[in-house]
Each structure stands twice: as structure tokens, then as C-alpha cells.
Design a protein around this ligand. Sequence first.
Ligand code: ZN
Length: 267
Amino acid sequence: MRLKMLHFARVAVGTLLLPLSAFGWGQTGHRVVGQIAENHLHAEAAAAVQGILGDESLAMCANWMDHIKSNRAYNHMNPWHYCTIPDGLTYETCDHPEEGDVIGTINQLIVEIQTKTFLIAEDEAMAVKMLAHLVGDLHQPLHVGNGTDKGGNDRKIKWFGESSNLHRVWDSDLIDHQQLSFTEYVAWVDHATAEEVSEWQRSSVVDWAQESQAIRMGIYPPAEATSLGYSYNYDHIATLNKRLLQGGVRLAGILNELYAKPTKKKK
Ligand SMILES: [Zn+2]
């Protein structure tokens, strides 16, 4: 009991320090990542994932970690949607919060699925749903915050005249602006070459975070800008789409590795 209370106390402090308050890619963005991953699963992995998720699809379960934010029992997961790497530092050289972050959580989930020992996820289905969400989040450049403005949440800005902030512009405003369903969106962006797929899947989880960090540097509008619209969309939509695509391809890479490893022939 004592341990549990201490845990809650720590989580409460962590919540006060929470650098991000928004949700990660909005519903459409997460579904796009999930659907792209499904498109890149090998047959064996697709069958295994379907066996685990039942009637759910990767696309439709990819928002689960946002949906459960309304349940306080899952509050300890809030810091797992993002990480902080200040400008000029790398993930290796910066401090890592005790309550965990998106990189540590993705790696932990992979180990839990490999060993079939579930600690932070309650079972394999939850582990897959969490992976589907968090690999997406890590590809949203502002989910790798610089530690000064809650991942762009503090940068208030208008989007086509409506109140928003830079984080939300990247989570959902830019995506919603395209006025596409998630399946239409996938049809638009899911065009990686075989070389891109293998190159993207070879890189590490920390690499993905550091790509987001590098992109982050180039997406802050000038300090005097108060409103964003067509030209910001024109300048950045290709980058955003590439991040959705890479997120989906890499989620597939993790699941292919976990569930479609060629079985060794018996001697
Ligand atoms: Zn999230």
C-alpha cells in the first residue's frame, strides 16, 4: 500500500512538470499511421496481429492511449507520449525523467512482447495498441520537446483565424486542413520505395526521436508571426506526411520483427 501511495505521489509531481498537454497526432493522424503499418505487415505478422486484436484494426486502436486519458487509473502513462531533448543535446546526453518517456516505453513494450511478460501493458493486445500509438507520437516533431514551451503548446498562434497553438497545428490542424478521411489520407501518402522502407526500418528508436528533434528546429514560425494558414501548410505538409509515413512503416517493421521472424529449421 505504502509503495502504491509513493507511486501516486511521484506521478502527481510528474504531472505538474508535464511538458505537453495535447494529444499527439489527432484521431486521423494516428489512424493513418496504423493503416500504413497494416499495409506494410508481412502476411505472418498480419495474421498474428489480427489474432491479438480480434475485430480491432491497428488503425482504429491506435488512438486507445488518448482515449484512456479520461481514466485516472492510467494517469501514469501521460508522460509516455513524448520526450524532451533540449536544443544542442542528444538523447544520450540529456536527463531522462524518472516517470518514463516515449522512447523508454516503446523499448519496454518490445521487450514485453518478446518475453510475453507484461508489466506496463496489462496484456499483449494492450502492448500492441500502445506501440501503435507511441511510434506515431514519436514521429510528431513536437513530441520531442525542447523543454521550454511544452512541445509548442505554449506557442499560441491562430490557425486560419481560429485560436490554436503550434503543437496542435502539428497534431491535427494541418492534417484536418486536408479534408481527407484516414483511408484517403493513406492513399495519398503511402508511397515509400523499397529502399526507403528498409532504410527507415533499420534505424533505432532513438534515431526517430533525433529526426523529430532536427525537424522541430525548422518548424517554428518567426517570433512575430501570430497567424498561420496556406503558406505554412504549403511549406510543411510534405514533411508532416513523411513523418506519418515513416511512423507507419516503422511500426510495421517492429511488428514484422516481433511476429514474422523466420523460424529456425530444426537440425
Ligand atoms: Zn499520444
